[in-house]
Ligand binder design. Structure first.
Ligand code: ACO
Length: 382
């Protein structure tokens, strides 16, 4: 059946819909390619920094040395939180999950930003920088609050990964750990119109505001079919005691038609290029931190999955090896998805600014399947 203007075809999950143009990231799902503004993700992971990658995504070119210095200073100048935000963090329930906390806290930042409803591209970029720069202090200090520890303010002399880990752990991370997190942030910074980015675009397309758009995105990222998968992967690995248990566990799940978290992707039907990099990276981190067993179990899951469903194009996605990497860095499992927020702020903000340049309200239609000409029955006759 072909679509007509009056009766478009249903595209459930929007899998075949190209909703707009974007010059930020390119994905070839068949060949397993991901580029940010034409630069291979592997090249960026090896050579760039998160701050430089954010500049690339927002300006669609690499910065000069002085442009990068200015951009870094702009970000670091916004690390500090408005004073009432510290009280808010301190009043959140200690039992709250970090994703509920971070969604609430990013939303609350709008209350303290006089530009919250200023819609110029310049104001949107400034708000984007504020969201990006303040998220590390929000996540790290919510974690400190729930553990009964004193708050630690962000240190402007540090890059974002180092500043975050310093606030989180109360001491400066080793260069290896800070670099590891910085690379993870680069790999997670953008990925086309994924579910959370698309959700942010739906919000911004109503001419709402940047804080609302990012808040929408955080809520969308949280789900286990999207960013929440990295936490689910780790819970699985913790359930397994030994590599020898992996085969029966995977096969049992597949027989029961259950999903193995961290595998499969809507767009990649080849190996997710972010997972290619993370796999090597996770192996090294596991060796450096004595977590080899977790890595060995991950690689065995991958082997069994490859034999069982590799022919269907189901391979590890970015969440699979980021789980073991974050664990090796020493993060609590429920902070894995918040790490995704730290990184994907870059993509959400960049796409919102790009989309607003030629804004069109996102408003699809649905195929009505209910009755017509139904009588209104008074309540006492029903
Ligand atoms: N484990 C086992 N089987 C799977 C998996 C998996 N992880 N993923 C897909 N399949 C199978 C499905 O059962 C289905 O099989 P069938 O054709 O025999 O019924 C087939 O592959 C196609 O699956 P769909 O759900 O139709 O594919 P879709 O493109 O909608 O799903 C998704 C993509 C949601 C990511 C899916 O692969 C999944 O649930 N993966 C696990 C969760 C996960 O890791 N999410 C993170 C994604 S990456 C990210 O968001 C950063």
């Amino acid at each position: 059946m072909t679509a007509t203007a009056s009766k478009p075809m249903i595209d459930k999950g929007l899998a075949s819909t190209i909703a707009a143009e974007s010059a930020m990231s390119y994905i070839d799902g068949e060949k397993g390619v991901l580029e940010y503004v034409g630069i291979d993700i592997d090249d960026l992971a090896r050579n760039s920094t998160f701050e430089e990658t954010v500049y690339l995504l927002w300006h669609l070119r690499l910065p000069t040395k002085s442009e990068l210095e200015t951009f870094s200073q702009q970000i670091r100048a916004e690390y500090e939180l408005p004073e009432p935000m510290w009280d808010l963090i301190g009043n959140l329930p200690k039992t709250a999950s970090p994703m509920h906390a971070i969604r609430t806290l990013i939303s609350a930042l709008a209350l303290h930003d006089p530009e919250a409803d200023v819609h110029s591209p310049e104001a949107n970029t400034r708000k984007g920088i504020r969201i990006l720069a303040k998220t590390p202090a929000l996540i790290a200090n919510f974690d400190r609050h729930r553990k009964g520890l004193d708050f630690i303010k962000p240190d402007k002399s540090m890059d974002m990964a180092t500043a975050f880990l310093t606030m989180l752990n109360g001491e400066k991370p080793t260069d290896t750990m800070a670099k590891a997190l910085d690379v993870c942030l680069i790999l997670h910074a953008d990925h086309g119109f994924n579910a959370s980015t698309f959700a942010s675009l739906v919000t911004i397309s109503t001419l709402s505001d940047m804080y609302s758009a990012v808040t929408t995105a955080v809520g969308t990222l949280k789900g286990p079919l999207h960013g929440g998968a990295n936490e689910a992967v780790m819970h699985t690995l913790k359930e397994l005691n030994d590599v020898s248990e992996v085969e029966d566990w995977v096969k049992g799940k597949l027989e029961r038609k259950e999903r193995i978290m961290g595998f499969g992707h809507r767009v990649y039907k080849a190996y997710d290029p972010r997972a290619t990099y993370l796999k090597t990276f996770a192996k090294q981190l596991a060796e450096d931190t004595g977590n080899q067993k977790l890595y060995e179990m991950s690689s065995r899951i991958e082997e069994i999955m490859d034999e069982a469903v590799g022919s269907k194009g189901i391979y590890p996605n970015v969440d699979f090896y980021s789980a073991t990497s974050y664990y090796a860095i020493g993060l609590d499992i429920d902070l894995f998805t918040p790490m995704f927020v730290l990184a994907r702020n870059a993509g959400w903000v960049g796409h919102c600014i790009e989309y607003l340049e030629g804004n069109k309200l996102i408003r699809p239609r649905c195929e009505y399947t209910g009755p017509h000409k139904a009588p209104y029955v008074p309540i006492n006759e029903r």
